[in-house]
Write a protein that binds this ligand. Structure first.
Ligand code: CP
Length: 316
């Protein structure tokens, strides 16, 4: 089946179509409630999750389908040493589509090759998190009406933050984005992601350490959590985790219509007082994540949304 390991697996037109479908779904919830009747989704989560697993599951339930799966490998035969490939060859017999999260980079690709049904990457280690990016793009569309011609600051753990890698990769495809990469030296953006920006003539980037010095230039500030689970050394984590804390004082130097995004969960990096600021968009991202997963699941299954009129391809 067609899988989604990274958003590079689908065309730019298909991404635009998913954004269009999600907006349709939001305003036609009753009409779409039987789109995936009889379908079964498996959620195979080898790593903790609140939003991603629950929104994948809710998305399938709201489309009329059903859900099976495990949250925590200790209750599956993985704990006895079963491989990812054998697990996916097995689960392919039970379900129509799989969403999988795993702590190892590349696990989703291995799974997609072993499975005979579509596999959606719900996060593979510090590599990619494509469905989070779909939620992020929908949030940028609703805030700005566009996902290009923006100055996008990404702040925090740019080394291990897979949501950042997916978002940069995808924004480069649409082009005309100025990236401001804000991190300590120890948590800079990986070279393969920098290379993606460099390969995009309409995009530019700077790497800086000081959030306060650049916050006034940004249209979007994408905050991230320092990824404790990816550190080898607890002392390094403790030293770096509170490098950036966005509070109302810092936000007072930002543009009045800047959007603050965060994939969540947050620890300390956004003060709770910021939640009431109109620039805070991170709980909108949560809602958009569910809608985009509804659009994605129905699309990968080839199940048409009743009453939906597809986007026309752009004239070239
Ligand atoms: N944003 C995100 O992936 O959240 P969870 O880890 O809770 O799924």
């Amino acid at each position: 089946g067609r899988s989604l390991v990274t958003l590079d697996d689908i065309s730019t037109h298909q991404i635009e179509e998913l954004l269009h479908k999600a907006a349709y779904i939001d305003s036609h919830r009753r009409e779409v409630a039987h789109t995936c009747d009889g379908r079964v989704l498996a959620t195979l989560f080898y790593e903790p999750s609140t939003r991603t697993r629950l929104s994948f599951e809710t998305a399938m339930l709201r489309l009329g389908g059903s859900v099976i799966g495990f949250a925590g490998a200790q209750l599956s035969s993985v704990s006895k040493g079963e491989s990812i490939a054998d697990t996916l060859k097995t689960v392919s017999n039970y379900v129509d589509i799989v969403a999988m999260r795993h702590p190892k980079e590349g696990a989703a690709l291995v799974a997609s090759r072993a499975a005979s049904v579509p596999v959606i990457n719900a996060g593979d280690g510090g590599h990619m998190h494509p469905t989070q990016t779909l939620a992020d793009l929908a949030t940028l569309m609703s805030r700005f009406g566009r996902i290009t011609n923006l100055t996008v600051g990404l702040c925090g753990d740019l080394t291990f933050g897979r949501t950042v890698h997916s978002l940069i990769e995808t924004l480069c495809r649409f082009g005309n984005v100025n990236f401001v990469l804000i991190s300590p030296d120890e948590l800079k953006t990986p070279q393969y992601v920098i290379d993606r920006i460099k390969a995009t003539p309409s995009c530019s980037y700077v790497e800086v350490k000081d959030l306060a010095a650049v916050i006034g230039d940004l249209d979007v500030l994408y905050m991230t959590r320092v990824q404790q689970e990816r550190f080898f050394n607890e002392d390094d984590y403790l030293r770096l985790r509170d490098t950036y804390i966005l509070d109302e004082e810092k936000l007072s130097h930002a543009k009045p219509d800047m959007a603050v995004l965060h994939p969540l969960p947050r620890i300390n990096e956004i003060a709770v007082e910021v939640d009431n600021d109109p620039r805070a968009a991170y709980f909108e991202q949560v809602k958009n994540g569910m809608l985009m997963r509804m659009a994605l699941e129905s699309s990968l299954l080839g199940d048409e949304l009743p009453g939906y009129v597809p986007l026309q391809p752009k004239e070239v």
